[in-house]
Design a protein around this ligand. Sequence first.
Ligand code: XBP
Ligand code: MG
Length: 259
Amino acid sequence: MYRFEALILDVDGTLADTERNGHRCAFNAAFSEVGLDWNWAEDLYGKLLAVTGGKERIRYYIEQWRPALADRDDLDELVADLHRRKTLHYLGMLSRGDIPLRTGVMRLLRQTREAGVRLAIATTTTPENVDTLLACSGGADVPGWFEVIAAGDVVPAKKPSPGIYHLALKELGLEARDCVAVEDSANGVQAALGAGLRALLVTVNDYTKDQDLSGAAMVTDGLGEPGRAVKVLRGALEGADHIDLCALDAMHHRVYAGG
Ligand code: XBP
Ligand code: MG
């Protein structure tokens, strides 16, 4: 028996390392498809990740790196067209299974499901990306494991705004203290904490390991596997070398034990 009822997971950078070799490459493919000489190199993309949302990120790039284009009358159409093309490239990569789930993700999802703990997703990315990633890298039935998939443009403001987490909690019909959340980035931490999700684990990746993750209950370099220990960067992992439901339950208890 666990002291929380639902596990709410972020997608990009948490379920899979999608940004560096996924989204970024799909953006670049869309740019060259329309003859734009834009190339988002890995370092530049790290800077662009300050803004969540693919459309918002293209707009931010134009404003900061291509200001001459910022006043185009058809800017909305240009951004929408580029993002639509990018999403098609990204879905192609996912459908080919090019982007595996991170270590330990399928083990934790299975354990959560078998334990009867509810599963939800709160992400900035386009809904179709979520289903395709889970189905092609997890298994055809895995999207159905999630009771709630809150994604993309369903909320007016994206992370760090807490909107997507508020929506997930509302659709679950739960309070924040009934849940555990898992994120990977500073924007995600602010969004989860903004929705009151204090039982918050952050599994960093190469793009987020140096970000300000203050407020997270625990920070590790992943979920690990039995015998493949995680590195704990903040918080405590008592008597285990990887993240499982017991570790998340202990974290939840540490956060709320004081009432
Ligand atoms: C991270 C994001 C996403 C992706 C791009 O999402 O900022 O927008 O980078 O996806 P998460 P789209 O909340 O899962 O970390 O192009 O579909 O927006
Ligand atoms: Mg993320």
